[in-house]
Ligand binder design. Structure first.
Ligand code: ATP
Length: 238
């Protein structure tokens, strides 16, 4: 069987700057796959291109057996691929519930949407308790929960998370990472971009290390965690 997501020789440029240089990777159904790497490695650019916000200058992206690299972003969401972006991008003046409902914009099944809204509140009770509050009053960790909840409202088969742990306290980070495992258990496939390599690899079935726009290493999460060069470069060990 082919992978749920396949990225083949992807190339993405900003003008003359090549940010992603022929990277290839795949995500099998049911897996958590992590992309790790330092600032500027091309992780965010890769996710934005998969979700149709940027167009590649080369290569191919396949999702569930169909090529999507020239499909419109809203259509990609409808096909079951959701993106929780870096920096969360919530709408501060809208209420928590309004933010969540935006994630369901493409759906035509109101009963299913209500069920999933409740599921988001079950996953993150604080969202339910404050459903009428403006999202801008939330802390960073709460906004991250909201961004994840909003992405889940499209009932995605594949959820892409861009640096969900960024700026969070260790406790909140643990909470978010536990949720990643919980969503996997419930059947969602996850592509997780992180600078926090330790947290990301611990939960990953498979991982890819990106450096200046290229995949330099890949392996099971467990293997990468004990890999010498990963430990030196990303886990701060001598
Ligand atoms: P970070 O963790 O800092 O987001 P990243 O691995 O996600 O890093 P990208 O944001 O994808 O990396 O950036 C990859 C390269 O593309 C970098 O060299 C960056 O400076 C460049 N880049 C990113 N966005 C733009 C842009 N809008 N215009 C020009 N260059 C850009």
């Amino acid at each position: 069987m082919s992978a749920m997501l396949e990225v083949k020789d992807l190339e993405v440029a900003y003008g003359k700057i090549l940010a992603v240089k022929k990277i290839s990777f795949s995500v099998e159904q049911g897996q958590v796959v992590s992309l790790i790497g330092t600032n500027g490695a091309g992780k965010t650019t890769t996710l934005k291109t998969i979700s149709g916000l940027l167009r590649p200058t080369g290569g191919e992206i396949w999702f569930q057996g169909e090529r999507i690299d020239h499909v419109a972003a809203h259509d990609i969401v409808t096909r079951g691929l959701a993106h929780s972006p870096e920096g969360r991008r919530i709408f501060p003046r809208l209420s928590v519930e309004e933010n969540l409902m935006l994630g369901a914009f493409s759906r035509r099944d109101p009963a299913g949407v209500r069920t999933d809204l409740q599921a988001a509140y079950d996953l993150f009770p604080i969202l339910g308790e404050r459903r009428k509050q403006p999202a801008g009053t939330f802390s960073g960790g709460e906004q991250q929960m909201l961004a994840m909840g909003r992405a889940m409202m499209s009932r995605p088969k594949l959820l892409m998370l861009d640096e969900p742990s960024m700026g969070l306290s260790p406790i909140m980070m643990k909470r978010i990472m536990t949720t990643v495992s919980e969503l996997q258990r419930q059947g969602t496939t996850i592509l997780l971009v992180e600078q926090n390599a330790q947290a990301a690899l611990k939960r990953a079935d498979y991982g890819y290390v990106l450096e200046v726009g290229k995949v330099v290493l890949s392996g099971s999460g467990r293997d990468l965690l004990v890999n010498d060069s990963v430990r030196k470069a990303y886990l701060g060990e001598d």
